[in-house]
Structures are given as C-alpha cells and as structure tokens.
Design a protein around this ligand. Structure first.
Ligand SMILES: Nc1ncnc2c1ncn2[C@@H]1O[C@H](COP(=O)(O)OP(=O)(O)OP(=O)(O)O)[C@@H](O)[C@H]1O
Length: 464
C-alpha cells in the first residue's frame, strides 16, 4: 500500500499537505524508499540493514510532525508521536520509555483490526440482518411475549392452535420472518424500536496499568485477574436503523480473529512502524546539575529502543530494530552535539526545517488539501453561506500571523488557527440566522475583527 512510491512521488504527495520544508520531505522520502529497497533483499542481508533515523531540527509549528504523520498515513504505517519530556528514567515515577513501543503496537492493532473489519463487513451485515429478523420475530413463545414491534404487524395472526401445534408454529414463524425480512429490505422498519444486547469489554489489567510505569507487572497480573473480569452485557432499546449498526459492529468483531490481528500488527509495527519523538532537545543535558543528569538518563533509556531491542507488550514481544525513529526539536539552546554520542550516531540524517515566512502562511492558508480556509468554507457552507476570501484579505491574515509570532511567541503555523478562529468567531455564531448567500472577507473585514487585538500586545498574547 504505497510502500513502493518513489521518493519523488512521496515528496509530491507530501506537497499536497505541507508547504515548503523541501529537505525534510526529501529525507523522509528516502528513508521510506530504503525500507522498500530493503524488502527486496534476501533475509541474510535484510536483517543487517538498519533504518537510518532522522533528526528534524526546527522551531515549533513549522511542519515537523505534519510531515511524519502524513508520510505514515500515505503508506499505512503505524505511527505514534511521543514527547521525550514525558519520560523519566527507569525507576522513577513517570512513563517508561518502552511505552512508546507499546503505544505503537496498540496503534497497529487498531489499524489492522479496522482493515480486517472492513474485509468482513459484508458478511457481518448479513449476519446482523439475520439477527434483526430473529429479534423482531422471536423463536419461542416466551420470547414472543416480549413486547416487540413485530406484534404491531402480526399479533392478530397469533392463535392458540399455533401454540399447540409445533410444526404449524414453525411454519408460522418462518412466514413471519420472511415478511419481516422483506420489510427490512425495503427499509420499512427502520424506526421500529427493539432491544439489543450490547457487550462491554472491561479494560484489562494491562490497560489499567498503562502509564503507571508498571506495565510490565501487568503481563502476569492480567493472566491472574483476567478471569475475574467478565465482559458486561447491557440491554438497550434502539430503532432498527441504529440497532443494525450496533449488531453489524458486534458481528464484525466476532468474525475478526484477534490473534491473527495481533500477529499482523506486530509484524507491521516491526517492519513499518514510525515513532516520532518530539522535544528531544529538552532531554539534553550539559551535565551541570542533577536534573540534567536525569535527562541524560532518559536518553540512555531511549537508546536501546532505537538501537534495536525487544519490548514485551500484551500482544507479544516486539522487536524495534527496523522501526523508523524520527526525533525532533528546536535546539535553540542545546545542540544536537549535546546529545549522548551513541544517540547522535543513531540519528545520522539531520534536516533543518525553515522558519515560516509571510508567503508560507499565505500558502498554508490556501493551498493544502485540508487548508484552514477550505475547512471554514466547508463548515459555513452547511449554513448555506459561501464565504469568499479576497487575495488581499489572505495577504493581510498572513501578515498578521507573522507579526503576532514576532511580537509574542513564535508558534509557527499554529498561529493561523487562532487567528482564523477569532476572525470568523462572530460569523460562526450568527451564521444560522444570516440570510445572505455570499459573504466576502476583505482586508477591511480582517482589520475590523483583528486590528485592535494585534495592536495591543498584551491582548494578542491572550487572544491570538
Ligand atoms: N509547512 C507547513 N505547511 C502546512 N501546514 C503546516 C506547516 N507547518 C505547520 N503546519 C500546520 O501547523 C500545525 C502544527 O504543525 P506541526 O504539528 O507539524 O508542528 P511541529 O513542527 O511538529 O511542532 P512541534 O514540535 O511543536 O510539535 C499543524 O496543524 C500543521 O498542519
């Protein structure tokens, strides 16, 4: 799935979402292609080739995460983003570094489960429809006694004789079921209320211990306690239309072999997983005090995972050797050379991301497939309003974003989110009552909504 993209193809796909940042895009494209190249080799040499991890250096909000996340999506690779600062050294309270691998596997399991559920959807739907029929026309007299919508259609057909004569009754039920099936197929029973049983799977001991730094203990405890935590069943009354969705989901879950899912997920995480470690520069020490020593400890703990080790997860052991790690940081104060040497060696590809210019902001607002302006336009269109931005208005917004970033904190393209929200706040509130079909956003409109805030530094720190 996309794994055979050439680097050029990858870059051009990334261009759809991320403006500029050419060298970072090229680096991840090559890393991905190398994976594909490795796959073509025979096992002996394949095992020898380790992925070349990437260090992205650049200020906040310039597209580091976006590039990695889009890349993963493009090729169906499991992806997690973690903050290096959330980890503490082994033995201290906080997340242990291995949790990033467990999170990746969880992500892979969700992904594969979704894929598998999709594959069995037709069969699940057929089964759900069958179940709906038997809920609407229960088999036994006792069940038939439960008030159900079917009675509204067929209760007059029930007779004492049918009660006594088993085969007549069977025939009767068959007929009723056929009729209900027909009505269901025609969509005539969609609003009927029925009672369905919903199974709630309780969290496992392992899940409960996640994040407590005691996950490894959970491995054994899960076995010990698992049997005391049966799944709960809850009854809910729902219209047929909703009940069908619930039943289809339940049937699909039953059809999916979770052991197979776990196995494929582990393989996918091992071979294609991408772990994005943000704020790596914040765990860099200069060795001056205790706090710094503990930061270095985090790097030492991360090292074996990046070098390749086996992490125990509830789905089984996972090897990290061929996962791709992308570490990122602003490196304003610390430098990559302040990382412990072994870790530096594991991130041989260094790419710098550029600060974003006014022109970049203009492009980010308009060009990407998911550009903010397109998103707001789509939202307001649902109220029947066409919001049109003049080129000058977009220029003005880009200038404001740039200026506020300079005057307050530079949060990169994230500034555009707050600015757009403020700009369209009133319109979003009033749009259901507005009768105009087209609203033009002009530089004047932009100034009217934002100028006073931009000019007041204290205010813009809070609002924009
Ligand atoms: N070059 C860009 N092109 C398009 N959108 C961008 C770009 N840079 C940032 N954005 C948008 O800004 C937001 C933040 O970007 P992103 O998460 O990539 O930041 P980052 O560089 O990883 O920063 P941090 O390290 O603080 O997480 C996202 O919504 C992203 O879509």
């Amino acid at each position: 799935m996309g794994i055979d993209y050439t680097p050029k193809q990858i870059v051009s796909q990334l261009d759809k979402y991320v403006i500029g940042q050419k060298s970072a895009k090229r680096a991840v494209a090559v890393a991905l292609r190398n994976r594909y190249r490795r796959m073509q080799l025979d096992d002996a040499i394949k095992e020898e080739i380790m992925p070349k991890n990437i260090l992205m250096i650049g200020p906040t909000g310039v597209g580091k995460t976006e590039i990695a996340r889009r890349l993963a999506k493009l090729v169906g690779a499991p992806f997690v983003k973690v903050e290096a600062t959330k980890f503490t050294e082994v033995g201290y309270v906080g997340r242990d570094v291995e949790s990033m691998v467990r999170d990746l596997v969880e992500m892979a399991v969700r992904m594969i489960k979704e894929e598998k559920m999709h594959e069995v959807m037709d069969e699940a739907q057929r089964k759900a429809n069958k179940k709906l029929v038997s809920l609407l026309v229960p088999q036994t007299k006792k069940q038939a006694g439960i008030k159900n919508p079917f009675e509204m259609f067929f209760s007059n057909q029930e007779s004492d004789q049918a009660e006594n004569d088993a085969s007549d009754k069977d025939e009767d039920i068959k007929n009723k079921r056929r009729q209900v099936e027909h009505k269901l197929a025609l969509g005539e029973l969609e609003d009927q209320m029925i009672t369905v049983e919903i199974e709630e799977v309780p969290p496992s001991m392992f899940d409960m211990l996640q994040g407590s730094g005691m996950e490894h203990m959970g491995m054994n405890m899960q076995d010990a306690f698992g049997q005391f935590m049966p799944s709960k069943k809850k009854k809910r009354r729902l219209p047929v239309e909703e009940a069908r969705k619930v039943l289809t989901h339940q049937e699909a879950q039953k059809l999916v072999d979770m052991e197979e899912v776990a196995q494929i997920a582990i393989e996918r995480a091992e071979q294609a997983g991408i772990i994005f470690i943000d704020e790596i520069d914040k765990v860099v020490s200069k060795g001056e005090n205790m706090a710094n020593v503990s930061r270095e400890g985090v790097q030492r703990d991360i090292l074996p995972i990046v070098e390749g080790s086996t992490v125990v997860t509830k789905h089984g052991p996972v090897k990290t050797d061929h996962m791709l790690f992308i570490a990122a940081g602003a490196f304003h104060i610390a430098k990559p050379s302040n990382l412990i040497p072994e870790l530096q060696g594991r991130f041989p590809i260094r790419v710098e991301l550029e600060k974003l210019s006014t022109e970049d902001f203009r492009l980010i607002l308009t060009e990407p497939s998911n550009a903010l302006i397109k998103q707001y336009q789509a939202l307001l269109k649902t109220e029947g309003i066409d919001v049109v931005f003049t080129d000058e208005a977009i220029d003005r917004l880009a200038e404001i974003a740039f200026q506020v970033n300079q005057d307050t904190d530079n949060i990169g393209a994230r500034r555009l989110h707050t600015i757009m929200e403020k700009l369209l706040e009133d319109l979003s509130f009033e749009s259901p009552e507005i009768t105009m079909e087209k609203i033009e956003i002009t530089p004047n409109y932009v100034d009217q909504k934002l100028k006073s805030i931009v000019q007041n530094k204290d205010l813009s720190q809070f609002i924009l």
